[in-house]
Design a protein around this ligand. Structure first.
Ligand code: AHG
Length: 333
């Protein structure tokens, strides 16, 4: 098969009428910024990028140097291109307007610049997650309310995982596709078109250390998985937990599986651990486009009407069969 670069793929998507020129440019700019983040992460201690930045983000979490660097790379790359009306990030309380000196576009970009940052210092995969929305018409200076659109309104979503290879996974609502960074050439090359997540699985991902804090339906569901082939599910399940959502989701995209960050007594007041707008929504879009499912345990993630830029939600996603069982247990309760 003739290799297809990301740029060729974007041209094909434009010809198919799936995206317009501005969205194509936006994806080019975001992925170019991600290549710079890949270079920064790969330098490790030699680049002086490990450790804490000495500041907290909007969620009150300690920022790593690479969180700050990645955020700046994405902001700087996206400011001048003319494709954005504004962007919002996990690392900033409010949306960032496009400086007056640059032209403005019709899109809103949201991102988690470096997901899984507790893994940076131990050389385990981290990633960037992004989501693209249309800016409401006639809005010149987008405000928070303009970003608060349900995930079904996303025009594009993607993540880049900085692992042994740097991979981009992307959807425009017409399937989910994977690209691998060819480091010699400097281009993302299509490595899997139309990814399908197997409906059934025997692998789950959850932070088991929170078990005692979970709600009863989650206790029941995971208890049944752990009971193995002698339990009600009649088969043995394996467990994996990287603690970088991008890496856990990428495993699921590759060989199936199910990922949970449920509500528990410790995080109940916050509504969950993961952020709706730039973590749960883009991942839910990507997973659904690959034939998987994504819920909060009660409702479809993509249908949530957001109430805030940094809103948190419980996340259940991956192979349809298991997401459905866990969601049914929660609904029944
Ligand atoms: P962050 O964006 O702050 O790095 O969040 C990491 C997220 C997600 O990537 C991962 O699945 C989860 O937090 C890990 O949580 P635990 O620390 O509870 O394992």
């Amino acid at each position: 098969m003739k290799p297809v670069s990301l740029i060729q793929f974007l041209i094909e998507e434009r010809r198919a009428g799936h995206i317009n020129a501005e969205l194509s440019l936006l994806i080019e700019v975001v992925t170019r910024a991600c290549k710079r983040i890949a270079v920064a992460t790969s330098k490790g201690a030699l680049g002086g990028v490990l450790g804490n930045a000495g500041s907290d983000n909007v969620q009150g979490e300690a920022q790593k140097k690479l969180d700050v660097i990645s955020n700046e790379i994405l902001l700087e790359a996206n400011a001048w291109g003319g494709h954005l009306a504004a962007c919002a990030s996990e690392e900033m309380e409010d949306p960032q307007p496009i400086p007056d000196m640059y032209p403005k576009g019709n899109h809103l970009l949201l991102f988690d610049p470096l997901d899984g940052s507790s893994n940076i210092d131990v050389n385990i995969s981290v990633g960037t997650i992004f989501s693209v929305l249309r800016c409401p018409e006639d809005v010149v200076e987008p405000r928070v309310e303009d970003f608060l659109q349900p995930g079904t309104q996303q025009l594009a979503a993607g993540y880049v995982v900085y692992g042994p290879a740097t991979l981009l996974v992307l959807t425009f609502g017409h399937g989910t596709h994977e690209f691998t960074l060819d480091r010699e050439v400097g281009s993302f090359m299509l490595s899997r078109r139309d990814i399908r997540i197997p409906e059934q699985t025997a692998e789950f991902a959850i932070n088991m250390s929170n078990q005692r804090h979970w709600e009863a339906p989650m206790q029941r569901y995971v208890g049944e998985l752990l009971a193995g082939k002698d339990g009600p599910r009649g088969k043995d399940f394996n467990m994996r937990w990287v603690a970088s959502m991008v890496a856990d989701v990428h495993r699921i995209i590759t060989r199936g599986g199910v990922f949970f960050y449920p509500l528990d007594a410790k995080i109940k007041a916050k509504g969950g651990k993961l952020r709706l707008m730039y973590e749960a929504n883009p991942m839910a879009f990507i997973v659904e486009q690959a034939g998987g499912a994504a819920t909060t345990g009660r409702e479809r993630i993509l249908q949530i009407q957001p109430g805030g830029l940094h809103q948190r939600v419980p996340v259940f996603l991956g192979s349809k069969g298991e997401v459905e069982v866990a969601t049914r247990y929660h609904r029944e309760a």
